[in-house]
Design a protein around this ligand. Structure first.
Ligand code: SAH
Length: 396
C-alpha cells in the first residue's frame, strides 16, 4: 500500500534506511520466538497450525484427541482467535493433560516478529519471519480515529508493477490462510491504545493469485466466533482479472473491493503491470460491477500517479470516460519512491489538477496522503531492505 515512500539504501542492515532525524527501529517487544520453535519436532514436518483451520474445523480437528470433548473445540478456538493466546499454558480452562495432548498434535504459530519500525506519524511496520525463514511485512496505519492494517497475501508478487517494491524479485510463495490471520493477531497484540479498525489486503502479493487462502482467512477474520471483524472493515485490493472478479461476485462476505486500475488504456496498463498477462478494462469493470450488484458495496479504483506516465490531464479525461456511470470512486495515490526504480513522483499540483478534472467530470475522487514517510514502511520495502535488495530470502 502507499503508506510508504522512500526507502533509500537497500542494504542488509535494518537501520541503514533510517534518516538521521527518524526514530530508530525497535526490536520487537517480547518477540515470541519460543512459541513456533518449541513446538516443532526436529526432522519432522511441522505440526499443523491451529490458525490454518477454518472456524468450524476445530471440532473435527479435536475429534480424535484423547480427552477432548466437543466443547473444548469452542474453548480452543476462543483462545487462539479471540484471545490471541501464544502459549498452551495460557489456556487455563483446559486441563494440563489435554493441553499436553494438543501440543503433541498442533502448533500455536505466530511467525517471529523481527522488528517494528515506527514512524512519527504513528505508522508501524511489522517485519515477520515465517517458519521457512521467508520475510513478510504488515503495516499498521493510524488515521484519525481509525487504525488500518495493511496485510500481505504472498511472499513477493508476480504482477511486478513497475513502480512497486513487492514484485521486484518475483513471487516466492503464497501465504497460508493462517499466516494471513496471524498478521492480524500479531498486529492486534501491539496496537495498544489505538485498536485496529480496518483491514486492507494492500501489502505484498496479488490476492487473486492466492484466492482460496485469502478467502479462507477472510472467513476466519469475519466470523463471529473467529476474529469478529465486520465485512465492511475489510478491503481486498486486486489487479482485477475478470475471471477472479466473477468468482468474487459469488462470495457472500461483503468485503470492499479495490481495483488497481492505474491507467485507462489496456496497452499502457500492461506495460506498467507486466505480470498482468492480459488487460481488458471494460470486461474488468463489468465483472466488478457484478460484485457491486451482489453486495451493494461501491468499488474503489486505485491510481498510483507517476510523473509523466499517467498524470496527464488527457488521461484524467479518459479515466472519467471509462468510469462514467459506474459505481466506482477513484483513489489517487501519489507514488512513493522505491529505491532503484527509475520513476518520479508526480508534482503535487499535477495530482490536484488530475483530481479536479475527475471531480468536474462527476467522478468521486480522493487523494491519499503519504504515511510513514520518515521510516519508509510498506509496499514490500521493509522486507526488501531486510533481505538486501536483490533477493536474499533468509535474513537469519
Ligand atoms: N496486488 C494488489 C494488492 C497489493 S498493492 C494490487 O495491486 O492491488 C496495493 C496498492 O498499493 C496497489 O494499488 C498498488 O498499486 C499500490 N502501490 C504499490 N506500490 C506503491 C508505491 N510505491 N507507491 C504508491 N502505491 C503503491
Amino acid at each position: 500500500m502507499s503508506a510508504a515512500p522512500g526507502v533509500r539504501g537497500a542494504s542488509g542492515d535494518d537501520d541503514a534506511h533510517a534518516q538521521d532525524d527518524a526514530p530508530p527501529a525497535h526490536d520487537a517487544p517480547g518477540a515470541p520466538a519460543d512459541v513456533p520453535r518449541a513446538d516443532v519436532t526436529p526432522d519432522a514436518a511441522p505440526l499443523p497450525a491451529l490458525t490454518d483451520l477454518p472456524v468450524d474445523g476445530y471440532e473435527a480437528a479435536l475429534s480424535d484427541v484423547r480427552g477432548a470433548r466437543p466443547f473444548h473445540a469452542r474453548n480452543l478456538r476462543r483462545w487462539v482467535l479471540q484471545r490471541g493466546a501464544t502459549s498452551w499454558d495460557a489456556m487455563t480452562d483446559l486441563s494440563k493433560a489435554l493441553r499436553g495432548e494438543l501440543a503433541r498434535r498442533f502448533r500455536i504459530r505466530r511467525g517471529e516478529l523481527l522488528r517494528t519500525h515506527e514512524s512519527r506519524d504513528g505508522t508501524v511496520g511489522l517485519l515477520t519471519r515465517l517458519d521457512d525463514g521467508r520475510l513478510i511485512e504488515s503495516v499498521s496505519i493510524p488515521d484519525g480515529g481509525r487504525r488500518t492494517l495493511c496485510i500481505s497475501s504472498q511472499v513477493g508478487c508476480a504482477v511486478a508493477c513497475r513502480f512497486c517494491a513487492s514484485g521486484l524479485d518475483g513471487v516466492e510463495r503464497n501465504l497460508s490462510a493462517g499466516e494471513i490471520v496471524e498478521q492480524v493477531l500479531l498486529a492486534r497484540d501491539l496496537d495498544g491504545d489505538h485498536p485496529l479498525t480496518n483491514y486492507v489486503f494492500m501489502g505484498s502479493g496479488e490476492p487473486t493469485h492466492n484466492l482460496a487462502n485469502v478467502l479462507a482467512a477472510i472467513r476466519v477474520m469475519n466470523a463471529d466466533d473467529g476474529l469478529g471483524i465486520g465485512a465492511r472493515r475489510i478491503t481486498v485490493s486486486t489487479v482485477g482479472h475478470p475471471a477472479a472478479l466473477e468468482k468474487l461476485a459469488d462470495e457472500p462476505i461483503a468485503f470492499n473491493l479495490a481495483l488497481s486500475l492505474h491507467v485507462p488504456g489496456d496497452d499502457a496498463r500492461r506495460a506498467l503491470m507486466p505480470g498482468l498477462g492480459s488487460s481488458d478494462l471494460v470486461a474488468t469493470l463489468d465483472a466488478a460491477q457484478k460484485r457491486f450488484d451482489a453486495t451493494g458495496r461501491r468499488l474503489t479504483a486505485e491510481v498510483v500517479l507517476l510523473d509523466r506516465v499517467n498524470d496527464a490531464p488527457a488521461q484524467a479525461d479518459e479515466l472519467a470516460r471509462l468510469l462514467h456511470g459506474r459505481p466506482v470512486a477513484v483513489n489517487l495515490i501519489p507514488w512513493n519512491p522505491v529505491d532503484g526504480v527509475e520513476l518520479r513522483a508526480p508534482r503535487p499540483e499535477r495530482v490536484e489538477a488530475f483530481a479536479e478534472r475527475l471531480r468536474k467530470a462527476g467522478v468521486t475522487t480522493t487523494v491519499r496522503r503519504p504515511r510513514g514517510r520518515d521510516v519508509g514502511v510498506a509496499c514490500g520495502q521493509l522486507r526488501r531492505r531486510a533481505q538486501g535488495a536483490g533477493g536474499r530470502r533468509d535474513a537469519r
